[in-house]
Design a binder for this molecule. Structure first.
Ligand code: SAM
Length: 216
């Protein structure tokens, strides 16, 4: 089941979402990922989870055989449609119930999504994603590291261990958003028995984690 508050927050944020990609301190890290990510997915049929406004899809699409952008919200997907060139398909889909009818894929990507997955549901998410992928498919997750002075402060850690931020939108509304900052150990635990050959990389502001779905 999806989190309605998270969905609504991103629906309302769609028009201003890309501002995060203009933050000066993140530019070097972004350029490095923009070059590196498409190389890992080149020639693949890529399933993208929670694709949002298609920021990463625009780069992946240049080298992938195809890309299917999924998101629960239509508002960011509409922005992505204008942005993503190449063999791209746009599907409104819940990351927690990925439709089998979308077809089969041999790679997956999720940008800034895993941080919104509750600790208790991480393995459920990985298993659900893997179910849509062929054996030996690369899965690439990227997300934020917590950086003092740049990241929105963590307002609260609940009994389940999940972190929450209070985020403001330009209309003056404030939203309580689940945002975790997993380390390498946590990511490896999330794929234990579900994925192989995990590789964790970090830069100042971002982490990436790539694993492969089990072979036959
Ligand atoms: C942090 S944004 C990431 C957008 C994009 N991947 C990026 O890196 O720029 C999170 C996205 O998750 C979407 N979302 C929220 N709940 C979802 C769900 N249950 N399933 C799929 N997408 C969801 C939001 O609409 C939003 O576009």
């Amino acid at each position: 089941m999806s989190d309605e508050a998270l969905r609504n927050y991103y629906r309302e944020r769609a028009a201003e979402y890309d501002e995060i990609y203009r933050r000066p301190e993140r530019q070097a890290g972004l350029r490095a990922l923009e070059a590196w990510i498409p190389q890992q997915l080149a020639g693949r049929h890529v399933l993208e989870i929670a694709a949002g406004t298609g920021y990463w899809s625009q780069f992946i699409a240049l080298q992938a055989a195809s890309i299917t952008l999924t998101d629960l919200n239509l508002e960011p997907l509409a922005i992505a449609r204008d942005r993503v060139q190449g063999r791209a398909v746009f599907v409104q889909a819940d990351a927690w119930a990925l439709p089998e009818a979308m077809g089969s894929f041999d790679a997956a990507f999720a940008g800034f999504w895993f941080s919104h997955v509750p600790l208790a549901r991480r393995r459920e998410f990985i298993a659900g994603l893997n179910a849509r992928l062929a054996p030996d498919s690369p899965v690439l997750l990227i997300d934020n590291r917590y950086v003092e002075g740049s990241s929105t402060p963590i307002a609260e850690r609940d009994d389940a261990g999940d972190c929450w931020q209070l985020r403001n939108l330009s209309d003056g509304s404030q939203h309580r958003v689940l945002k975790n900052f997993p380390d390498e150990t946590e990511l490896r635990e999330a794929i234990e028995g579900l994925g192989e050959a995990g590789v964790y990389r970090v830069s100042e502001h971002f982490w990436s984690f790539m694993y492969f779905t089990p072979g036959i």
